[in-house]
Design a protein around this ligand. Structure first.
Ligand code: TYD
Length: 224
């Protein structure tokens, strides 16, 4: 059985680039790695992603939104994540079920316990071994996101929220992390990408070590 690691955090926290760097480093150390993301990660999930993020879908109800995120997740778990774990891979996922609790639950104010039930159905109960929360204030995250938006990255429907929404999402993430300290690690993501990656790398290494999974790394090179 492999190891399942998820990356959570607000927009502009740098999850995507940190996850990519960690994936490269793990590969360099000889691990079988699978990097994926939500929503999406499968052909069906990518179609659902387009519906979720399209600007013209302003009429989408919060309930429909949850079910679409969950549908994408259900597909990803069965088509990609579980098979990779069964082969012993380290699976890195850029967002997972906790995003639903943080965004739809704490952010939109939907019942968190109901969301947990929907999420448990969608994932078949598959929980991460480690969840890294890249924590930044909404001000920092949104400013980064806007800069990225201008340089070509797409600004999507879910980016059109008020600052208060992102404040609730952040508070939600911190509450989730506090409630389950065995699984979550909180990293201050205001620093440089290099520093943040270094800190996350140490957490990932510790998780793998605890599972008896370290590899020596490439001959003659450093282990990461
Ligand atoms: P994406 O462009 O992947 O954003 P990011 O780079 O911040 O991950 O868009 C995903 C958006 O979907 C993001 O705003 C968070 C939101 N989201 C939810 O609201 N609920 C969920 O369950 C998931 C997986 C994502």
């Amino acid at each position: 059985m492999g190891t399942f690691i998820t990356f959570e955090g607000p927009e502009g926290a740098g999850k995507t680039s940190v996850a990519r760097r960690i994936a490269e480093r793990l590969q360099g150390a000889g691990h079988h790695v699978l990097l994926t993301r939500e929503p999406g990660g499968t052909p069906i999930g990518d179609q659902i992603r387009r519906i979720l993020l399209a600007h013209h879908n302003t009429a989408m109800t919060p309930e429909a939104e949850i079910l679409l995120f969950s549908a994408s997740r259900a597909q990803l778990v069965r088509e990609v994540i579980r098979p990779a774990l069964a082969q012993g891979a380290v699976v890195l996922c850029d967002r997972y079920a906790d995003s639903t609790l943080a965004y739809q639950g704490y952010g939109r104010g939907l019942d968190v316990d109901a969301l947990r039930q929907i999420t448990a159905f969608a994932t078949g109960g598959l929980a991460p071994d480690l969840t890294v929360l890249l924590d930044v204030t909404p001000e920092v995250g949104l400013a980064r996101r806007r800069r990225a938006g201008r340089s070509g990255e797409e600004w999507n429907r879910l980016d059109d929220e008020e600052l208060e929404f992102y404040e609730r999402v952040r508070a939600g993430y911190l509450a989730l992390a506090e409630a389950e300290p065995g699984r979550w690690r909180v990293v201050d993501a205001t620093g440089s990408p290099d520093r943040v990656t270094e800190e996350v790398w140490r957490l990932v290494e510790a998780c793998l070590r605890a599972r008896g999974l370290t590899l020596p790394g490439p001959p003659g090179g450093q282990s990461g």
